[in-house]
Design a protein around this ligand. Structure first.
Ligand code: UDX
Length: 483
């Protein structure tokens, strides 16, 4: 009887773009779906899979879900390719060309299933590789949903890039044109400047590969059964209404990290959440945080992809040190785009700030943001980091690096008013001033706004909230597709 029931379960294939910010969000989504009784196949590139293998806890946690499979596919790039910084974009084209036929073969051959649910009955693909995955899904008549790891705000700007080009708003005409308001992104005419457009819009040549790829992939989403977004209606309702004109079925189900934590508590209070980190977190900073006063620490991290120069590193360092604020800084081994030895912070600077500053290679960011000692986040404005900060009620200083981050930082400062935007500037005096503003001078104002938004975010994933209801709708939809 039980086996018969299992045979009728849909098998959902989850296919993320191979980068930390994509894999961790989609792994949370996968786990949430598994908790609903769906069988999951999580398809990673070999590069990401090998990282996951280093962390037995991920495998051990996933083994509690019957029918959860981890499978691999090649991204088509040579082993020595860095797969970070702006080179990350090479993966989109490489996969579109080289992984397409392998992907089809894997779906047809049944190697993505198990004995009790051999066939993939539904695909949830990262929309940034939406083109080839949708082509194959349609050819094989398998329903496909797109999931984007960016916010609705950035999705909508990406979607409107052809309008900007048609109206002659792109290319941007040099530095003097950067503060011009753009007029072709409906709903954002009053605050979106050329400076706030995604980084790939900063090109003279409109046939630039990255620009073309991102726009092409984004325009595949109307071909999908539905679009799933890690956001919530109270945060991005007006933007979602614009997107719905083109993608009528949108499931906004975020913030995924709170949603994920809540559901885990529902099913098993004693179990620790699965770690979706591709790097080993160093927990030594938690004891240091425990010893710091309430909301006194600025957490500094630029995510998993961004790289900075040694000069930028020094500007941030001097600014933070001069601000006299305590700080916890994630210094990824590949953060600085230079020779590792040359890129070290000078020892005398380190010695002079030991009690007020703590450096670490990688942390469990959600745990850090939730710590009562953390009062601000100096971030590169990746969408996961932005949402995790919102979910923890922590105001931000934004220093966007690339892609959607330029848009996110504008929304943080101008729309949600939970932080400040430092884009395109890296100067120790500005860093010092902004840190002081956020942590001292305007502390109350930002803390209050962040706190209010955090409450709304939590409501959305609780029973009866918009993300909760959308989640139930998505599950119903997936089961319906099967029957
Ligand atoms: C990328 C893009 O840059 C981002 O804009 C897009 O929305 C998703 O893909 P990334 O640059 O890594 O991701 O940034 P972000 O989206 O913020 O994701 C980083 C993730 O790594 C977060 O979930 C964060 O919690 C985690 N992290 C980061 C850690 O767990 N520990 C750290 O020390 C740093």
């Amino acid at each position: 009887m039980e086996q018969q029931k299992a045979q009728h379960r849909p098998r959902v294939l989850i296919f993320p773009f191979p980068a930390q910010g994509h894999v961790n969000a989609m792994l949370k989504l996968a786990e949430l779906l598994a908790m609903e009784g769906l069988h999951i196949t999580f398809l990673n590139t070999h590069f990401i899979h090998n990282r996951i293998l280093l962390h037995n806890d991920i495998q051990a946690c996933l083994s509690r879900y019957p029918g959860f499979l981890l499978k691999t596919i090649s991204d088509g790039l040579p082993d020595e390719h860095p797969r970070s910084g702006d080179k990350i974009m090479d993966i989109i084209d490489s996969m579109s060309i080289r992984s397409k036929s392998v992907f089809k073969h894997m779906l047809v051959s049944g190697e993505l299933g198990s004995d009790d649910s051999p066939l993939v009955t539904c695909i949830i693909a990262d929309g940034i590789v939406g083109w080839f995955t949708t082509d194959i899904a349609n050819e094989l008549h398998i329903p496909i949903y797109h999931f984007r790891t960016i916010g609705a705000c950035s999705f909508w700007v990406y979607f409107c890039v052809p309008n900007l080009i048609d109206a002659g708003e792109l290319p941007i005409r040099g530095e003097e044109d950067m503060d011009r308001l753009t007029k072709r992104v409906p709903g954002m005419e009053k605050f979106l400047r050329c400076r706030d457009l995604p980084s790939f819009c900063r090109v003279k040549d409109l046939t630039d590969r990255d620009l073309v790829s991102v726009v092409r992939e984004t325009h595949q989403s109307p071909r999908a059964q539905a679009l799933i977004l890690n956001t919530f209606e109270d945060l991005e309702g007006p933007v979602l209404s614009h997107i719905r004109i083109h993608c009528p079925k949108i499931y906004s189900i975020g913030p995924l990290n709170i949603h994920h934590k809540l559901r885990l508590t529902d099913i098993e209070t004693t179990s620790s959440p699965s770690s979706s980190n591709l790097f080993e977190a160093d927990r030594s900073c938690m004891a240091w945080l425990d010893a710091q006063p309430l909301k006194s620490v600025m957490y500094v991290s630029f995510g998993s992809i961004a790289v900075i120069t040694k000069d930028q590193l020094m500007e941030f360092w001097h600014g933070l040190v001069k601000s006299k604020t305590r700080f916890l800084w994630v210094m990824r081994p590949d953060l600085v785009d230079e020779d590792r030895d040359k890129a070290q912070i000078p020892k005398e600077l380190l010695d002079g700030t030991r009690e007020r500053g703590f450096m670490v290679g990688w942390v469990n960011q959600e745990e850090v943001l939730a710590h009562p000692a953390v009062g601000g986040f100096l971030t590169h404005s990746g969408w996961n980091s932005t949402l995790e900060s919102i979910a923890a009620g922590v105001p931000m200083i934004c220093w966007p690096y690339f892609a959607d981050q330029q848009v996110n930082s504008r929304f943080v400062s101008q729309v949600w008013k939970i932080g400040m935007d430092m884009k395109d500037v890296c100067d120790r005096k500005i860093v010092e001033k902004m840190v002081n503003d956020l942590m001292v001078e305007r502390k109350e104002e930002f803390a209050k706004a962040a706190d209010e938004l955090c409450t709304v975010a939590r409501k959305s994933v609780n029973e009866g909230g918009s993300s909760y209801c959308n989640w139930k709708g998505l599950i119903k939809d997936i089961f319906k597709v099967e029957n």
